[in-house]
Structures are given as structure tokens and as C-alpha cells.
Design a protein around this ligand. Structure first.
Ligand code: MRU
Length: 343
């Protein structure tokens, strides 16, 4: 998508280095970071220089490819296994991360020599990122059909192009609707504690010229009850086979409120977010992040010294609250997930 008129992807490979937009500095500074080692890439995922499920999936694929490319001939396979293990341990909830690593492992497993594996791994990572961008574009195409002229759409966290390789999941239908000249407006939850909505979604929408307002996390119910929200679209970090899904903390309560107010609630996600091996939401591991993220807003401590905090990064929303999943294959009901995606 465009940043000051120039097309960027969120992550890419350039001369055997991984490049990514530093999401920690947005919206006030735009910086590209350059990474080479597995440790640097794992740190970027953990500290959220790169975040958002499909973006960390592509980062994992590139990270694996660079790990394979730099492995020495001695104990080659053991080094690759170690790289995979390190990357998979970076964050626990987004299935894309695991999908990205496994995709590279699968792509190189039939190659005979380390040299062949190195070449294949780089090719596979590029193919993974391209397919991921294409999948999000398809999500936009299908999802935009649900958006009528003058719709006011709510979203939570950032599920835009910066959370993916390109286009976004929840925001992709919005970008398509905008290009179709529909008059649309977006309610953007600020998304405490990391403020992905206030910092990233608002930045993306401004760049694309989409009208929106950032609201406090506890304000959306107010607008829903007043009839000022026509639909809600969110992304997902892991979707279980029964349609329960994990997404940014706060998603669950918005889904319940949407049902209470008879507002259609859609979840936009590519195939790489669906974990068919996971039967229901109760099996999804929820990341608990440092409590400092709650105590501080920027540099400023807001809780009294000595206070304790809890900081779950995601919650699980039961399938019964989902009107439909917007996928590259089209709109799918929760009960149709397994049929749609099992090869
Ligand atoms: O902790 P984050 O910022 O990685 O969480 C991101 C989200 O919860 C997104 O909604 C989700 O990954 C979907 S991204 C297209």
C-alpha cells in the first residue's frame, strides 16, 4: 500500500537481509529496519517491531529462509531444527507464525543437498509472502461486497496492511470499498495497551483517505446502541476448526455487544490463520505480555507504584457471535470451515 505516494510492503527480503517497517515508531516516524540473524528476527517479533498475524507469518518464513541460507554444512539439519524452534517460540497465539515456519520446512524437505535447500528456502519464502499478499487482496474483493454505501464500520486493533504483507485482513474490504467510491466511515478502537488502533489503523486510514474516528476502547457500545454502527470487521490470530477465534484483547466484548445490538460481526482472515488441528477456542494459547504495558502509557506511569496488573494480549470469541468469516475463498459460516479448507 502507499506511504507518501510510494508503494511498500510490510516485510520483504533484499540482498540476503530481511527488511521491515518499524511499527514501534509509527505514526510519528517511518523507518525501515534491516535484519539478518534468527535472533534479530525473533527479537523483532517479540518486541513488536513487526506484529499482526500474517505479517509475523511472512517474517517467520523469511527468518527460516535466512536461517537455512546461513546454516553451515556441519549439522545442517540440526541447525535448521533449532532455527524453527526459536522462531516458533517468539509469540504463542498467532497461527500464521507456525504456518510460515512449517511452510519453509515442507518446501525444502525433498531437496537432497544443503545447497538445494538454501535455494529452495529463499524461493519458498518469496512465494509465501506473495501468496499472503494475494490472499489479503482476495479478502478485500469478497469483503467489499458486504459493505454498502454510507456504511459505518467498526474495527478493533490493527488488521490492516501493516499487520500483513499487503492489503490487510479487516481493512482490505474497506480499501476495496473506498476504491469502489462507496462513502464509508470507520470507528477505530484505540486498543489499549499497545494502541494499535490509535497508532496504526488511524495512520493507514489517513494514508488511504478513509474517513474515521479513533474512540476509547470503552466507547463502541455507546455508538452501537445509538444505531451508529452498521457492521464490524476484525482480524484474527488463530481460528479453531469450530469457528471460535482468538484476536486482540477486547474483541470478545465487542462481538457480544454487536450481537446484542443486531450488528453483523465479520472476521477477515487468510487460510494461514485457520488452525484445523485446534478443535475449539479453549485450546488456543493466549499470550500474556509484560505488566509494564499496563502500568505505563508511553513514558508515563499511570498506576500507583506497587499496583499489580494483568496483560492478556488476546481473547477468544465463541463462533456463535460470528456472522461470517471473510476469506480468500469467499464468505464462510463457522460450521463450514473444515469443509472449505480441508484439502
Ligand atoms: O499483538 P498484535 O498487534 O500482533 O495483535 C494483532 C491482532 O490482534 C490483529 O487483529 C490480528 O493479528 C489480525 S491481523 C491482520
Amino acid at each position: 500500500m502507499l506511504v507518501n505516494g510510494r508503494h511498500y510492503r510490510t516485510v520483504w527480503l533484499e540482498k540476503n537481509k530481511m527488511k521491515m517497517i518499524n511499527q514501534l515508531l509509527l505514526p510519528h516516524a517511518f523507518e525501515i529496519v534491516s535484519l539478518r540473524t534468527t535472533d534479530e528476527i525473533v527479537k523483532a517479533i517479540k518486541t513488536m517491531v513487526v506484529r499482526g498475524a500474517p505479517a509475523i507469518g511472512a517474517t517467520a518464513a523469511y527468518g527460516m529462509a535466512l536461517g537455512v541460507a546461513s546454516a553451515s554444512k556441519k549439522n545442517f539439519d540440526a541447525q535448521i531444527a533449532q532455527t524453527a524452534k526459536k522462531i516458533k517460540a517468539a509469540r504463542p497465539t498467532a497461527y500464521d507464525l507456525f504456518h510460515g515456519v512449517d511452510f519453509i520446512l515442507d518446501s525444502i524437505k525433498s531437496a537432497k543437498t544443503p545447497e538445494q535447500k538454501k535455494r529452495l528456502a529463499i524461493k519458498a519464502a518469496e512465494a509465501y509472502a506473495n501468496a499472503s499478499a494475494k490472499a489479503c487482496e482476495k479478502i478485500g474483493e469478497h469483503g467489499s461486497k458486504l459493505i454498502k454505501n454510507n456504511y459505518r464500520i467498526a474495527t478493533h486493533c490493527n488488521a490492516g496492511w501493516i499487520a500483513c504483507v499487503d492489503w490487510g485482513t479487516a481493512l482490505s474490504p474497506i480499501y476495496f470499498a473506498k476504491r469502489q467510491n462507496k462513502n464509508i466511515f470507520v470507528w477505530v478502537d484505540e486498543t489499549r495497551p499497545r494502541l494499535q488502533g490509535a497508532k496504526l489503523t488511524s495512520w493507514e486510514l489517513l494514508n488511504e483517505g478513509v474517513a474515521h474516528a479513533v474512540i476509547a476502547d470503552n466507547a463502541l457500545g455507546h455508538y452501537m446502541r445509538r444505531g451508529e454502527v452498521d457492521m464490524m470487521i476484525v482480524g484474527a490470530d488463530r481460528i479453531a476448526a469450530n469457528g471460535d477465534f482468538a484476536n486482540k484483547i477486547g474483541t470478545y466484548e465487542k462481538a457480544v455487544l454487536a450481537k446484542e445490538n443486531k450488528i453483523p460481526f465479520y472476521v477477515a482472515a487468510p487460510r494461514s490463520t485457520f488452525d484445523l488441528g485446534c478443535k475449539s477456542g479453549s485450546q488456543i494459547v493466549i499470550e500474556e505480555r509484560d505488566e509494564g504495558e499496563i502500568h505505563f502509557v508511553g513514558q508515563c506511569r499511570v498506576t500507583p507504584k506497587g499496583a499489580k496488573a494483568r496483560n492478556p494480549a488476546f481473547d477468544v470469541t465463541p463462533a456463535k457471535y460470528v456472522t461470517g468469516f471473510i476469506t480468500p475463498l469467499g464468505i464462510i459460516k463457522p460450521r463450514a470451515i473444515v469443509r472449505a479448507f480441508r484439502k
